[in-house]
Design a protein around this ligand. Structure first.
Ligand code: NAD
Length: 477
């Protein structure tokens, strides 16, 4: 398969003005499987003009009609799920079944936002003076610039795209250059569903050049970014300089508190899936496993047995559960974090190396006895790494869970209501799952606190992030 991905601007697929491209690499084979256009500044200017005219068109389409178009797009995406899953699986490396699950969940997200589009209600506020009427009206904020990463090539886009267009905004998406083909297929779905030219635009290129150019433009009224904390800070400060509204969905370092009374088999079964999905390249992946000392050894034994059952390898083999990391840089980064921990005195329970074959594969790895100075305790590994940490009292576990500046997802297992109350009242995070996993449903708020960002990408609050509230106060003459 050779992929040849262009820019989608004003309803057309276009080459870059200077015909520049960059390679698309299959992370399981390290082979070049296609090329993606690198947009020129003039392409970005075209995209800005398109987004402004798309906004002028779209904001006056009724929310009912916007919703109908989105439902059509969801149907088309469902029809094409197998084709797009194959493409995603090859360019991103995740097993086909995980790609398919991602795309089916995207169809649910589209449907949910389509239903929410018609509920962008304002308020009527009782006046002090009865000859006055006071109301608030929700209006789309304007053209949006969105920056999305490669770990969920479609779902990272769909949350921003749906929130924007259901609110009546247009959008320029800077998609992931590592995995551009499945996003292009997603945009084709909206094109075929009849989205007017300029409402949705997709560009690729040099990320910092694109964000600098778009955020500075007076056309752009809202910025949404998903990615690392360090890049998020740069983009947030640029957006602040130009007073743009911002949603930031950044990294985390999720703790899992496993209490003495936890059902170990259930924890292992659920955490194996949550940890190794997408090779651990998931912002809400559990990483710091805080285990009560009384069950630590048994838990470790069962965890290791379960991990040994997992198969690492290319996504085209149906038996494999763990694919490669996205690129060489990710592989080097993950391995250097593991090496740093070991040099500093951590113990290796399992894994700890790249696979001895082509492709950016890393073994599922478990570390324990981590010294405080190990970088991996503080930096998000974004790979298939579990850190085992023993605790004596729940207070200690909560202290450890809250010890980092991030606060995205957290997990806990206990059937004791006192533990559950204490955990839900004291763990600092944006999303907490107790005795199960399942945080990413479209109707639920999705976002973090602290250095994990602000704003939400799910639930009715996600739509509010793309709406301005206007107060209208009327007095009868
Ligand atoms: P990164 O932040 O460098 O890149 C993430 C995405 O942001 C990429 O698709 C990239 O194209 C884009 N990007 C980078 N610099 C940009 C800029 N100046 N302007 C606009 N877009 C820009 O991260 P990475 O090296 O690809 O991944 C490693 C780290 O990123 C991980 O440790 C993890 O913390 C984080 N990450 C988080 C998520 C998430 O879902 N929250 C997703 C991907 C990566």
């Amino acid at each position: 398969m050779i992929l040849d991905i262009n820019l989608y601007i004003n309803g057309e697929w276009l080459d870059s003005y200077d015909h520049k491209t960059m390679p698309i690499i299959n992370p399981a084979t390290e082979e070049v499987i296609g090329r993606v256009a690198v947009c020129h500044r003039k392409n970005l200017d075209d995209a800005l003009v398109a987004a402004q005219s798309g906004f002028d068109t779209w904001r006056v389409v009724s929310s009912f009609d916007r919703s109908q178009l989105m439902k059509k797009a969801a149907l088309l995406l469902r029809e094409r799920v197998d084709h797009i899953s194959s493409i995603m699986s090859i360019e991103q490396g995740k097993p086909f079944i995980q790609a398919k699950a991602e795309i089916l969940s995207a169809t649910n997200i589209i449907d949910w936002f389509a239903s929410e589009a018609v509920r962008a209600y304002g308020q009527v506020i009782p006046p002090r003076n009865i000859s006055t009427q006071q109301l608030t009206i929700c209006e789309p904020v304007g053209p949006v610039a969105a920056f999305t990463p490669w770990n969920f090539p479609i779902n990272q886009i769909i949350r921003k795209l749906c929130a924007a267009i259901s609110a009546g905004c247009s959008i320029i998406i800077k998609g992931p250059e590592e995995t551009p083909a499945s996003p292009a297929e997603l945009i084709k779905v909206f094109h075929d569903a009849g989205i007017p030219p300029g409402v949705v635009n997709l560009v690729f290129g040099v990320p910092s050049e694109i964000s600098n150019h778009l955020i500075k433009s007076p056309v752009i009224k809202k910025v949404s970014f998903t990615g690392s904390v360090s890049v998020g800070k740069e983009i947030a400060s640029l957006a602040g300089k130009y007073m743009k509204r911002v949603t930031m969905e950044l990294g985390g370092h999720a703790p899992v508190i496993i209490c003495e009374d936890a059902e170990i088999n259930v924890v292992v079964e659920q955490m194996i899936v949550a940890k190794f999905r997408n090779s651990g390249q998931v912002c809400i992946a559990p990483t710091r496993f805080l285990v009560h000392e009384k069950i630590y050894d048994l838990f470790k034994l069962k965890l290791v047995d379960a991990i040994k059952e997992l198969k690492v390898g290319p996504s085209d083999n149906e038996g494999n559960n763990i694919g490669p990391l996205i690129h060489k840089k990710a592989l080097t980064r993950v391995h250097s974090l593991v090496e740093d921990a070991l040099v500093n005195g951590a113990s290796l329970v399992l894994g700890g190396n790249r696979l001895n074959k082509r492709g950016f594969f890393y073994e599922p790895t478990v570390l324990e006895d981590l010294p405080h100075q190990a970088k991996i305790l503080h930096e998000e590994p974004f790979g298939p790494i579990i850190l085992l940490i023993r605790f004596k009292s729940l207070d200690d576990a909560i202290l450890e869970a809250n010890s980092l500046p991030y606060g995205l997802a957290a997990y806990a297992y206990s059937y004791d209501s006192r533990n559950i109350m204490k955990i839900s009242n004291n763990v600092k995070c944006g999303m907490l799952a107790i005795n199960h996993v399942g945080l990413a449903l479209p109707e639920l708020p999705f976002g973090g606190i602290g250095e994990s960002g602000y704003g939400t990408e799910g639930g009715s609050e996600a739509l509010a992030c793309y709406l301005d509230k206007k107060l209208v106060s009327l007095q009868a003459c």
